[in-house]
Design a protein around this ligand. Structure first.
Ligand code: NAP
Length: 192
């Protein structure tokens, strides 16, 4: 969806052999029609999903040159007023945006190191770079992802594997509908 689908279209047009993943098999199929790709529907919060996805990618392409890890969900709300019990649900944000990404990178990177080349691109957020009022949990998860990207980059120096962190501002995608709270700030404005 959203940024992931746009990245797939762009890379597909450049001739990359793609493996697309997300939970919604039907939507993956539609994206794959516009960017020739193999699809692997998976919920990355499920145990072992990242391992199965990595195996699928290696089986279909032989090696992984680029991992774009952008699966993410938003959360907006008043942290202080939130009933403490709601934190258990909100923790899904940390699970998807941070932990699932760590697990997936852990599966893929050793193959890149072995090959002596590869690129990991993590999709962070402006909210993780500056922290945003009303998005405390999301900001924390994305800030964690940013620190992880920096640490991994130091660790992989000289290995031939590069690590990038993309820090989008506001992008016009289904992200805001899904989190259930529309984007209301006057600045920055959404980009397509
Ligand atoms: N839109 C913005 O303004 C904005 C700004 C800064 C950063 N970002 C980040 O950009 C990334 C992409 O967001 P987007 O704007 O493109 O929103 P989006 O259209 O809602 O895309 C989110 C993607 O994550 C996948 N996903 C969510 N939960 C998943 C799970 N448990 N397992 C596997 N895949 C899962 C979704 O696929 P399924 O629904 O099929 O699972 C979908 O492809 C996110 O990490 C988001 O935090 C967005």
């Amino acid at each position: 969806s959203g940024i992931g689908a746009a990245v797939a279209r762009r890379l597909g047009a450049q001739g990359w052999r793609l493996v697309l993943s997300g939970r919604d098999a039907e939507r993956l199929g539609r994206v794959a029609e516009r960017a020739p790709a193999s699809v692997f529907p998976a919920d990355l919060t499920r145990s072992g999903a990242e391992r199965r996805l990595t195996r699928f990618a290696l089986d279909h392409t032989g090696r992984v040159d680029l991992l774009v890890a952008g699966a993410g969900v938003g959360w907006a709300g008043d942290f202080t007023a939130m009933p403490p019990s709601d934190l258990d649900e909100v923790v899904e944000v940390v699970e998807v945006d941070l932990l699932s990404t760590l697990r997936l990178v852990r599966q893929v990177v050793p193959h890149m190191v072995e090959a002596g080349s590869g690129r990991v691109v993590l999709v962070g957020s402006l909210a993780g770079a500056v922290a945003v009022r009303g998005e405390a949990v999301y900001s924390a998860a994305k800030a964690g992802l940013g620190a992880f990207a920096d640490a991994l980059r130091y660790e992989l120096r000289g290995s031939g594997v590069a690590v990038g962190l993309v820090v989008p501002g506001v992008v016009d995608t289904p992200f805001f509908d899904r989190r259930g709270v529309p984007y209301r700030r006057s600045w920055p404005g959404p980009v397509p």
